[in-house]
Design a protein around this ligand. Structure first.
Ligand code: GLC
Length: 798
């Protein structure tokens, strides 16, 4: 079943049936203020962090599943009939009203036609102002004059996720609201930083700030009393639950249109006044919207492709990059599933996500990299989950929040809890990310920059990377394989503290990435030292981890091999086999064999399973994964994040058809017409798709915040299309299905344009026969060309 379609011209996803099985969300905001919004205008806003600075409330895990929201109600003041511009919350019958939601790049548009009134509500946050604008247009398509009331509605949160959910005997009396000069101000009296405002670019005819006054007793957002009665109550209060409703009465002649702009912002009434003046002028609203469009256009222009695969073009050119950027900008802690309560940066997640957006967001990438380096101990491991603010003197010097509800603040001494809480993979991901950043920007001096360690001391970025590699070299078990410690990439596979094949492969990969950097920097001593280390790690991998047909996943503390032919359950694991190949550690023969095993045992038309057979009996020597229901999450679902690793592995093997088979299976675009199974949005990768050992096989869960966005982007752009960077320059090394006759990529790199035309006259899957740059034959990486130049690279495969 189909609920919507991709509009490639406007770069929007158009939801034509609002009764989708689950909320389909979008993200507004590109800097400090963010709103997670559903296709029904449900959702919540926060400023900088979803944990500590919530603006509007979300009733997490509730029914309906996306309440409350940022709603606009319309009421016919003659008949008393009312509805909302988004289908929910009033939910008029779909026989009588038509609705459309267009999720675009950092904006969402809601459209409704009901009773000869056309209404539109566009929500977006301008690039440079911490305010969400609700640009509302109402047109009278009737032949007679219509008298309408327009009401805004959103519900404020108690600022802090904990305060919003706990100790309400205190929290309920800590927030107040007032209305003056046309502006609602919402305050948290105890916290001088927590003020929000709501206003409109017009003089309102009424207002309500007290939620329960607006909604009325025994009602909810679907039938608020104030809307039913056609009159806001002018309520404000110190203490209680608060909302922002402004009422505006309009009279529309036949064919006439009204435009009302509402503003929900961060700051006091004074700030609200300034913003109100600015956006009362609709041309400033239009300018801000154009600014947002420009912001995204500039990003997207960094990489655009045109291939024989429409789904790949749609996803790579817009949606997958958008999802990857969302993960980097907002971290992984704000969605309808991640609703605060965890915050900051997940070390491994951020290190991986950042790798994919160095070309579109170099400034944020740099910021994230530095934050991660600051979260690294001098011993070389990363703090699994941390707040960048802990290591930022400006943040640290801020007075602690005087919350009426006690919120424990970690003491520096509590941050380091020892190896028992260290994940063995966390910092290894960062090595390639730092290299990618330098390859993209050419900022070679970044390696020499000094950054503090989380515990004590400081060193150059380069030295930070050396310590990461040395840490893994020290942390090996009885077989010489890297220890898994608390866990590796797979949070649920703890191996009782045994050895992890995946981490040894990651170590090998990181060493080789680092070696490219040390060669580039002319650090010959290090080239020698780390080449020897890589050779040793490679040898251990080949000697200890091969199982005959594929690679094992690890060895438990008690010495049992996991991911072996001899295991009844958990015989084949995706991560270790894909990384054996991606890292380059596997010999050619074994690489082919183990990827064939992945295809044979783990592949399905919905994507590649993480493990087969899934575990049915708890076994604490293996880990928590054995206590997860079969077919779900780490226990045999199609965990999306590692799927692109298999695609990259296939590209290394030169098997373009296979890489595309894997890409296509997971691609949300390809599931657009079977939403009754997938349920989740077809424009976003999900953390996992339920596996074949569960009756809900094919159901997508946890959209948006997943490493699959960045990695699928990397797999498609850098490995399938093969346009990637080395320290020496730009490489074009495609690996595509043989029936692709060619494709084009437009890439911006260090302020020059590259139009890359790939031809495949012989119908091969991999291999480059010839390459020209601006008509001249070239071989090897293409160095950065002069700023401002437009260049053409023609590649003939064969
Ligand atoms: C979640 C975590 C990620 C982990 C993965 C597998 O996506 O955010 O860090 O690698 O699960 O356990």
């Amino acid at each position: 079943m189909k609920y919507g379609r991709f509009d490639n011209v406007n770069k929007e996803y158009v939801i034509e049936r609002p009764d989708v099985p689950v909320s389909w969300t979008n993200y507004l905001g590109v800097k400090d203020m963010c709103t997670v919004i559903s296709h029904n205008a449900g959702g919540y806003s926060f400023y900088k962090t979803a944990q500590y600075h919530r603006i509007t409330r979300f009733r997490q895990n509730g029914v309906p599943l996306d309440r409350p929201g940022h709603y606009v109600y319309l009421r016919d003041d003659d008949s008393g009939d009312y509805w909302s511009v988004s289908w929910q919350p009033v939910a008029k019958s779909l026989d009588k009203a038509s609705y459309e939601c267009r999720h675009g790049l950092s904006y969402s548009k809601f459209l409704c036609n009901y009773d000869r009134i056309r209404a539109e509500q566009v929500l977006f946050i301008p690039v440079d102002d911490d305010v969400e604008l609700w640009d509302v247009r109402i047109r009278n398509d009737d032949s007679k004059e219509r008298k309408l009331s327009v009401f805004s509605y959103c519900e404020f949160s108690f600022h802090h996720i904990d305060m919003d959910n706990q100790n309400l005997q205190m929290s309920l009396y800590a927030a107040g609201s007032s209305f003056e000069d046309g502006i609602i101000e919402y305050d948290l009296f105890y916290d001088p930083d927590a003020y929000h405002y709501f206003c409109g670019g017009f003089e309102p005819d009424g207002f309500d700030c007290v939620r329960d006054r607006f909604i009325g007793p025994y009602r909810d957002e679907s039938n608020p009393l104030a809307v039913e009665e056609g009159r806001c109550g002018g309520s404000t209060e110190l203490g209680g639950n608060h909302c922002a409703s402004l009422q505006k009465k309009i009279v529309l002649a036949p064919g006439a249109e009204a435009r009302l702009v509402f503003m929900l912002g961060v700051g006091r009434r004074k700030k609200g006044g300034e913003i109100r003046r600015k956006y009362s002028d609709p041309s400033n609203v239009d300018r801000a919207f154009d600014g947002l469009k420009r912001y995204w256009r500039t990003k997207l222009e960094a990489f655009q492709c045109s291939t024989p695969h429409e789904g790949l073009d749609t996803m790579v050119n817009t949606w997958t990059l958008y999802q990857a950027e969302t993960c980097v900008v907002w971290s992984r802690f704000a969605s309808f599933i991640e609703v605060g309560g965890r915050t900051g940066l997940g070390y491994r997640d951020t290190a991986q996500d950042t790798m994919s957006v160095c070309h579109t967001n170099p400034a944020k990438s740099r910021q994230r990299i530095v934050e991660l380096l600051q979260g690294q101990s001098k011993d070389g491991y990363g703090l699994h989950l941390f707040e960048p603010g802990w290591f930022n003197p400006a943040e640290k010097s801020k007075k602690p929040l005087k919350s009426p509800t006690v919120v424990p603040q970690p003491d520096s001494a509590d941050i380091f809890t020892g190896l028992k809480d260290v994940c063995s993979d966390d910092a290894l991901w960062l090595v390639a990310t730092v290299c990618e950043y330098v390859k993209e920007t050419g900022d070679r001096d970044f390696f020499a920059e000094t950054v503090n360690f989380a515990d004590s001391g400081k060193a150059s970025v380069y030295e930070h990377l050396r310590r990461i590699l040395d840490f893994s070299a020290r942390q090996t078990g009885p077989h010489g394989v890297c220890k898994g410690l608390r866990a590796d990439w797979n949070d649920c596979l703890n191996l009782g503290g045994g050895e992890s094949a995946l981490v040894s492969f990651l170590h090998y990969w990181a060493l080789n990435e680092f070696l490219e950097a040390s060669e580039f920097l002319g650090r010959t001593k290090d080239v020698k030292k780390y080449s020897a280390m890589a050779a040793k790690v490679g040898k251990v991998c080949e000697e200890k981890l091969w199982d005959g047909e594929w690679y094992i996943r690890g060895i438990t503390a008690k010495g049992k091999k996991i991911g072996s032919r001899k295991n009844a359950e958990g015989r084949v694991h995706l991560e270790s086999n894909a990384w054996a190949v991606v890292s380059g550690a596997a010999s050619a023969d074994r690489a082919r064999k183990c990827m064939d095993a992945v295809d044979e045992h783990l592949y399905s038309p919905n994507g590649i399973h993480l493990v087969w057979p899934s575990y049915s009996k708890p076994d604490d020597d293996i880990g928590y994964v054995t206590r997860v229901y079969r077919g779900i999450k780490e226990n045999g679902s199609i965990f999306s994040h590692p799927n692109p690793w298999a695609m990259i592995a296939e590209c290394r093997l030169g098997r373009g058809k296979k890489a595309m088979k894997f890409y296509d299976a997971l691609l949300p675009y390809n599931h657009n017409d079977r939403i009754e199974i997938r349920q989740a949005e077809p424009y976003s990768y999900c953390q996992f798709v339920v596996g074949r050992d569960h009756p809900a096989f094919g159901r997508g869960r946890h959209p948006w915040l997943t490493g699959s966005a960045g990695w699928n982007y990397v797999a498609a752009t850098r490995h399938i299309l093969g346009v990637r960077l080395s320290f020496g320059g730009l490489i074009v090394d495609p690996c595509v299905p043989a029936d692709w006759k060619g494709f084009e990529v437009n890439r911006k790199w260090r302020n020059a344009d590259y139009r890359i035309v790939v031809k495949n006259p012989d119908g091969v899957e991999k291999g480059v026969k010839s390459m020209t740059l601006n008509g001249r034959p070239v071989s090897g990486p293409i160095p950065a060309q002069k700023k401002g130049t437009a260049n053409e690279i023609v590649v003939v495969m064969g």
